[in-house]
Design a protein around this ligand. Structure first.
Ligand code: PLP
Length: 395
């Protein structure tokens, strides 16, 4: 008996091996939109199975299936279903959790602004109700569940402050009331955290970020049990938001190096967070690797291999008006939204991911004035630290 394969090995070998009939080491990009239907396919489709056989590109493609298999292996899920963006994946997941198209969602306050807007703007008209709760507050979640929430949705490491959620505790509370727990694991990636192993029912990613990892693919994925993912795939077939084969090929290619990239990003984040914490110009650093971060003591229970993630945020003493001038003095880190790429990006949450929030709402999400979010890339940590130090010193 051979031992189960470890993460970086799975990232290279899961999903497909070359064979004499299919010898390419790198799989071909198969662009066909439609496929020959023959008796073996008829047998499956006549029985209602439209996802196993190749039928039509909106239902599935060899490249999408290949990337889905690798993603499922890395996340420890029975199946993954790929979408054309993270938002399309979140949309399908929220509708899937409520097949009747109506439900009450307990939504962590510390969440990506796009997710709360999706619920508030698009899904409210379908009858969705949202009960916000503080991800650290057991009583607030308890009240949301008592009020009838059928789905609890959190981010394991939240946008923008990398606040750590206690997923095992939240899963226990959620399941105790018969509800489901979904986790947006975009910030963490399966290198740093695997929510299904911690008790979550569903995982969703913006694969645009570290999974694809090179700032050149827009994609999303929902992962979970085979039965739940069959319903998600059926919904995708109806609504048509599948990922294109060429984008799926790029995503699968990138997954081979996911572990290497994310570990390098985590090293950079850790060095930068420690350096920022020592600066007088910085009033607060949000990073679970720092001993005074609210998530620090929880980290060993919910994060893998001593890693603390690639994302951090810090607050400039002096407030919002300092943020744009500071960012403009950076020479390596690029002022751009998104995260998880090979290059370090900075963004100003109150202008980008969380626009229009009052000071109090911002505090609810967990960040104060002068906040800058940093998505670390794979540059040498010393060069990154030097870039930020120079941006302080060159004022
Ligand atoms: N979830 C999180 C945590 C995000 O940061 C984002 C985008 O920034 C999304 C979901 C949406 O993903 P996409 O832009 O791929 O639609």
């Amino acid at each position: 008996m051979r031992p189960p394969l470890r993460f970086t090995t799975l990232a290279v070998h899961a999903g497909r091996r070359p064979t004499p009939e299919d010898p390419d080491l790198s799989p071909p990009i198969r662009r066909a939109t439609t496929f020959l239907q023959h008796p073996a396919v008829h047998e499956l489709t006549d029985a209602g199975d439209w996802s196993t056989p190749l039928v039509y590109s909106r239902y599935g493609s060899p490249n999408a299936s290949n990337a889905e298999e690798v993603l499922a292996a890395l996340e420890g899920a029975e199946r993954g279903v790929l979408f054309a963006s993270g938002m399309a994946a979140i949309h399908a997941m929220l509708l899937h959790a409520f097949p009747g198209g109506r439900g009450t969602v307990a939504l962590a306050r510390q969440i990506y602004g796009g997710t709360s807007s999706l619920l508030a703007k698009a899904l409210a008209s379908l009858g969705f109700e949202v009960i916000p709760f503080d991800v650290q507050d057991r009583a607030e979640l308890g009240a949301a569940l008592a009020a009838g929430a059928g789905l609890v949705h959190v981010e394991g490491l939240s946008n923008p402050t990398a606040l750590l959620a206690d997923i095992p505790r939240i899963a226990e509370q959620t399941h105790g009331q018969g509800a489901l727990l979904s986790v947006d694991s975009t910030f963490a990636t399966p290198v740093v955290q695997r929510p299904l192993e911690l008790g979550a029912d569903l995982v969703v990613h913006s694969a645009t970020k570290a999974l694809a990892g090179h700032s050149d693919v827009t994609a999303g994925v929902v992962l979970g049990s085979a039965a739940r993912m069959e319903a998600v795939a059926d919904y995708r077939k109806l609504t048509g938001a599948i990922l294109d084969p060429a984008a799926a090929w790029l995503l699968r290619r990138s997954l081979s190096t996911l572990g290497l990239r994310v570990e390098a990003q985590c090293r950079a984040a850790s060095a930068l967070a420690r350096s920022l914490a020592g600066r007088d110009e910085v009033s607060r650093v949000h990073y679970p690797g720092l001993p005074d971060d609210p998530g620090h003591s929880l980290a060993p229970n919910v994060l893998r291999d001593g890693l603390h993630g690639s994302m951090l945020a810090f607050e400039l003493a002096g407030g919002d008006e300092r943020t744009r001038p500071f960012v403009s003095r950076l020479r390596l880190a690029v002022d751009a939204p998104s995260l998880g790429g090979v290059e370090t990006l900075v963004s100003i949450p109150h202008l980008m991911s969380h626009p229009g929030l009052s000071a109090e709402e911002r505090r609810g999400v967990g960040f104060g004035a002068g906040c800058i979010r940093v998505a670390c890339g794979i540059e040498d940590p010393e060069d990154l630290v030097a870039d930020f130090s120079a941006a302080f010193d060159e004022r």
